[in-house]
Design a binder for this molecule. Structure first.
Ligand SMILES: Cc1ncc(COP(=O)(O)O)c(C=O)c1O
Length: 353
């Protein structure tokens, strides 16, 4: 008898981006914030007492929910804290998707979604983006779906493109299941979909503290939805998903909006700078509303080889050997110095190609 379920044996696990031990690597491959978290985060972590470590933490990260509720202008019972945004995705799949149910998501988007669908032994409805040149659009099928769960990353990963609020609103209004709007990168965009949470009872917004707040090492994320839906998700989560240190750090981070917004501005400025630099070298890329760009290499260049050459030059970017992406590199926006090193290396490597 097999020791684990047949669908687990058959599925491939999620492969995260490389995390090199060498800190001298210019790391532009996993969309971390290149700037450290607010200094108040380190203060909060240093103030953790032995007594806080001896006891279990707050099961629902109460102080974070109160702080985030103030920032977003909603009530704390519309917020659910998780061990990274990824854990929220697991909870939503567990609560909403049974064996052989349909789950819909766009392609390309977050490569964790098909893995979570396979874990539930669910049926996938893959919605290919309509791509013409640098223009990425939802396919018409998205407006007429029959599925338990629909996942939309906005701004999208890996393209960085942004869908507008009226389009999202129309999709949610006409969809009978739950829509998960994955806003892991929304801090770098001009608008977010929070107003839709008040309007519809079938939408959940995912937020991450990993990107906008420089806390990828902490593992803290949260969902926003109407309290009745979150009450169901509460039933399927761990008893204490967020530890005391992470709760203190994430609360200090979200309360220091001025600091976080300062890093977003610097990143957006540098995003424009590297986009222009890449275009000047013959790359083509859609306008990004995120903290990364998806750059199609010039025709004479092989993207896989360029990725390898950059790696040899101590610069790590992301190359996906997947349909539609083999001629592209996804590059996280780094610090001023990191971006300058990237552009200099690319100039030399693409000129020599
Ligand atoms: C689209 C998307 N959603 C969610 C996440 C989850 O982020 P985290 O678990 O670090 O909060 C990521 C992380 O890379 C992501 O790219």
């Amino acid at each position: 008898m097999p020791l684990v379920r047949e669908n687990i044996i058959q599925m491939a696990g999620y492969v995260p981006g490389e995390q090199p031990g060498d800190i001298s690597v210019i790391k532009l491959n996993t969309n971390e914030n290149p700037y450290p978290p607010s200094p108040r985060v380190l203060e909060a972590v240093q103030q953790i007492t032995a007594e806080q470590l001896r006891r279990y933490p707050s099961p629902d990260a109460r102080i974070f929910r109160e702080a985030a509720a103030q920032v977003h202008g909603i009530s704390p019972d519309m917020i659910l804290c998780t061990n990274g945004g990824d854990e929220l995705l697991s909870l939503v799949f567990r609560a909403c998707v049974g064996e052989r149910d349909h789950v819909a998501f766009l392609d390309p988007s977050y490569s964790l979604y098909p893995v979570l669908a396979a874990m539930q032994d669910a049926r996938k409805i893959i919605l290919p983006y309509r791509i013409s040149g640098t223009h990425w659009e939802f396919p018409a099928e998205i407006f007429n779906l029959n599925a338990k769960l629909l996942l939309i990353v906005n701004p999208n990963a890996p393209s960085g493109t942004l869908a507008d609020l009226p389009t999202l609103s129309r999709i949610i209004r006409d969809f009978r299941g739950v829509v998960l709007l994955d806003e892991a990168y929304v801090d770098f965009a001009p608008a977010n979909a929070l107003p839709l949470v008040r309007e519809y009872d079938n939408v959940i917004i995912l937020r991450s503290m990993s990107k906008g707040y420089g806390l990828a090492g902490m593992r803290f994320g949260y969902g926003m939805a109407q309290a009745s839906l979150l009450a169901q998700l509460h039933k399927v989560r761990d008893s204490y998903p967020c530890d005391a240190v992470a709760i203190a750090a994430a609360t200090a981070a979200i309360m220091d909006q001025a600091y976080a917004a300062g890093t977003w501005e610097k990143i957006k400025h540098q995003r424009a700078h590297i986009s222009a630099g890449l275009r000047g070298m013959g790359f083509t890329l859609p306008e990004s509303y995120s903290n990364f760009v998806l750059a199609q290499v010039p025709a004479r260049v092989n993207a896989g080889e360029l990725y390898q050459r950059l790696k040899t030059a101590n610069i790590l970017v992301r190359y996906f050997n997947l349909p539609g992406l083999t001629d592209k590199l996804r590059i996280t926006v780094g610090t001023v110095e990191q971006n300058a090193a990237l552009l200099t290396a690319l100039k030399a490597l693409t000129a020599a190609a």
